[in-house]
Design a protein around this ligand. Sequence first.
Ligand code: TXA
Ligand code: MG
Length: 314
Amino acid sequence: MTDLTTLRLDADDGGLDRAAAILRAGGLVAFPTETVYGLGADACNGRAVARIFAAKGRPRFNPLIVHLADAQAARALVEWSDAAEALATRFWPGPLTLVLPLLPDSPLSPLVTAGLPSLALRVPAHPLARALLARFGGPVAAPSANPSGRISPTTAAHVAAGLSGRIEAILDGGPCPVGVESTILGLTDTPRLLRPGGLASEEIAAALGQPLAPSGPGISAPGQLASHYAPAAPMRLDATEKLPGERLLGFGAVPRADLNLSPAGDLTEAAANLFAMLHRIDDGSTAIAVSPIPETGLGRAINDRLRRAAAPRG
Ligand code: TXA
Ligand code: MG
């Protein structure tokens, strides 16, 4: 379906009222979060949730994150725990998603969890996301607002380029400050890092006072397919020099970079620039080389996304 007129809504009271009304009517609204733009639908409305999968071309086995206005709302949906309470108190609102056992009598559409007995939840920090969730007044299912398998959107223009004509509206809040998706932590057994993201895993481990278990094969977030976030052009990682015919996406003080994620070598700045620079450097054919990024803090999330972007296409 590509015949809708996609409204561009301003970041003001009128835009927020309109966005909440569209969600109530079962429509799809892309909205900014601090990580990336999400594609929101009423999580209790099965038809609305089904439209998310259709608009993105997303496989139905890949569950969605539910966005809430506050941590209190989580208790009606999942089996809350001491670890969840500690992490929510410390890091919500913010770029952390918690996966917890789903309560059997939750009002959510079963499509949200793709039939899994667990639910991914987060309370986003972006003021527009918070205002929209408060106005709507219920759980909002929202994957990243990109066609499945493409780079996540960090501006309203990225969303429009991928989903115009397929969704009712885009709430324009400018660029997303964090720039990579939330960190996903599994709390259904021992705390497990399911996806590195915008909150450094070291900070979570420190708050819990224990190391995080790695996501073993088969237990990672189901959406973590090897090839994902794919630019059209081939990519070469850990490139210490630019070869003939390549464009170089640099990090730190490297010579001849076409774009640089952070000339100062700052990982927070690099994360914020990552997807916008991947969008810009990709002309569909010229090979892309990327400087090495340290595997620490937000560098884990950046390297995870770069490895998927560079993986052979399935
Ligand atoms: O920052 C973010 O997390 C953004 C913004 C919009 O909130 N959302 C986002 O959603 O990245 P999405 O759908 O692109 O990625 C969600 C990931 C998928 O890999 C999915 O498989 C995983 O979360 N997931 C969802 N529910 C899960 C569950 N019950 N257990 C394990 N993984 C789950
Ligand atoms: Mg995504």
